[in-house]
Structures are given as C-alpha cells and as structure tokens.
Design a protein around this ligand. Structure first.
Ligand code: HEM
Length: 118
C-alpha cells in the first residue's frame, strides 16, 4: 500500500518536473499559479515521507542501507539539476534537464536492484 503510494509520488514527481519545464516554455504565466508552485514541493515531501515509512516497514534500517543513502544523495542531485534547468537557458538548460532525468532513472534502477554506490 505505502509502496504503491511511493511509486505514485515517484511518477508524479518526474511528471511535475517535465510539466514545469514545459510550462516555462509554452505557458510561463501558469508557473506563478499558487497550486503549480506548491504541488512539486508537496509531491517531493510525500515521496520522501513514504520512502522513510518504507525503510521502517521493510526493516531496511537493520540491514545494509547503502542503496537507500544512494537514493537520498541522488535525489538531492536531481533537485539541484532541476533548479539549474529552470534557471538556465539554451543548450545548458536541455543538458541539465536530460541529466536530471538520467539521474531519476538511475534512482529507479537502484530502487529495484537495491544496489547503490555506497
Ligand atoms: C528519501 C528518499 C527515498 C527513500 C528513503 C526511499 C526508500 C524506499 C524504500 C525503503 C523502498 C521499499 C523497497 C522494498 O521494500 O522493496 C522504496 C521503493 C521504491 N522506491 Fe524509493 N525511496 C526514496 C526516494 C525515491 C525516489 C526519488 C524514487 C524515484 C526516482 C524512488 C523509487 C522507488 C521505487 C520505484 C520503489 C519500488 C521498488 C520495488 O518495488 O522493488 N524512491 N523506496
């Protein structure tokens, strides 16, 4: 149940990133909308919260947490690249967006394989 919620927020988080990049290009006014501003933070918080619940629920805290730490670190990298994407222009913007998405898919890979880099 919590895992499904976690995976739902995982999907919503990446969609909200792609959506914000799209809005910036085609409908920048909408980025000022309160809901559009708050939603990504709410989704990210719920993603992390359900992740923490899963750590306890699955008893992962008793074992090797390397893959969980890897996910948390990469989540910060994803957020950083996301912020950079929104702030930059031209090739830099698209390179940062592509890198952010690659990192995100890497996190999903770690989630399934439980094989981090720590
Ligand atoms: C602080 C952040 C996070 C923590 C603490 C966390 C923790 C966890 C834990 C403990 C599980 C359960 C594993 C299991 O019982 O099999 C899980 C599953 C999963 N997480 Fe996260 N997660 C976090 C962020 C993310 C992010 C950012 C993504 C996507 C990019 C993600 C994608 C997934 C997926 C796809 C699964 C399901 C894996 C499976 O069914 O084997 N998680 N996560």
């Amino acid at each position: 149940m919590v895992k499904h919620l976690h995976m739902l927020f995982m999907l919503l988080a990446v969609l909200s990133f792609v959506g914000r990049v799209g809005l910036q290009k085609f409908k920048p006014d909408l980025l000022e909308n309160k809901l559009v501003k708050v939603a990504p933070h709410a989704i990210a918080s719920l993603l992390v919260l359900t992740g923490i619940v899963l750590v306890f629920q699955g008893g992962w805290a008793q074992g090797d947490m390397g893959w969980v730490y890897s996910k948390v670190i990469l989540l910060f990298v994803f957020v950083g690249l996301g912020l950079y994407t929104m702030k930059s222009e031209g090739m830099k913007k698209w390179a940062a967006a592509a890198a952010a998405l690659l990192i995100y898919f890497y996190i999903i890979g770690i989630a399934f394989s439980k094989q981090g880099f720590i």
